[in-house]
Design a protein around this ligand. Structure first.
Ligand SMILES: C[S@@+](CC[C@H](N)C(=O)[O-])C[C@H]1O[C@@H](n2cnc3c(N)ncnc32)[C@H](O)[C@@H]1O
Length: 248
């Protein structure tokens, strides 16, 4: 039996845990976590080539579930090969590009300005909710509008998400790598229903939990850094209070 947790916080359906994800997942599986999660979103450390944690993710995922792993050019090639091995090439669904334009640029190369998000399902029977994520069609009302509702599924290049601005009201002070809620929200809404379970093994500032709280999903997030109280936990408590206040 593995040793599990250091520090667990719970905010209305969302567990925020300070632990090492590999150790935590091993313990979770020992305690019956197998095939319990509908969606796993992992925004990994981009230069990390140790993928041992992905085997555990496979075991935690339901047969109808999906996993999205976000990285960039530093590890996407190695990640793709590893995911093909663990999930099977047949279960590769999309290679999503999130383009942005901020930060420095190399002087003798093109600017490296996008993240790569690999989506795999566990089986062909994965959940997908088209109506949650469609965008307006420019050709609405024409012969190209096969669905007839003037809307379409976005392509795998998510330029409509846009940059994450440093002045954004979502911004959590002192956090690197924070992602925009609308990026993770598209993933959550595309692949889960209300009350489904979402797991984020690289929680950071708790963006996945924020999206889950706003959209009525349960979540478990794990972060190895010890300052989760001032970052993810405070963010989710403040958000929960805001949601409750808005209902008064
Ligand atoms: C790219 S950031 C995630 C940012 C997050 N998506 C957000 O919006 O704030 C990756 C996070 O994974 C955490 N991490 C790295 N190794 C970990 C491990 N073994 N267990 C848990 N968390 C880990 C890092 O400390 C970092 O906060």
């Amino acid at each position: 039996m593995s040793t599990v947790t250091q520090d667990i916080h719970y905010v209305r359906g969302n567990f925020l845990i300070n632990a090492d994800n590999v150790k935590y997942m091993a313990g979770w599986l020992d305690q019956g976590g197998e095939e319990s999660q509908d969606l796993i979103y992992a925004d990994m450390m981009y230069d990390d080539l140790n993928f041992r944690w992905i085997d555990y993710c496979y075991s935690l995922l339901k047969d109808t579930g999906s996993i999205f792993i976000q990285t960039d050019q530093r590890s996407v090639a190695e990640l793709k090969l590893e995911m093909d091995e663990i999930f099977g090439k047949d279960n590769f669904v999309n290679w999503i590009i999130w383009p942005y334009d901020w930060g420095g640029r190399p002087k003798r190369a093109f600017g490296r300005k996008h993240d790569d998000i690999l989506w795999y399902s566990k089986t062909a029977n994965y959940k997908f909710f088209r109506d949650n994520i469609t965008v307006p069609k420019k050709t609405a009302g024409t012969a190209f509008d096969k669905s007839g509702d003037g809307r379409k599924i976005p392509t795998d290049v998510w330029e409509d998400i846009g940059n994450f601005h440093t002045m954004s009201t979502e911004r959590i002070k002192g956090v690197n790598w924070q992602k925009p809620e609308r990026l993770i929200e598209r993933i959550v809404l595309a692949t889960t229903e209300t009350l489904d379970r979402v797991f984020d093994p690289c929680m950071g500032s708790g963006t996945t939990a924020a999206v889950c709280l706003k959209n009525g999903r349960y979540s478990v997030g794990i972060e190895i850094e010890e300052d989760i109280d001032e970052k993810a936990v405070e963010r989710i408590v403040v958000l929960d209070n805001k949601i409750l206040d808005s209902k008064d």
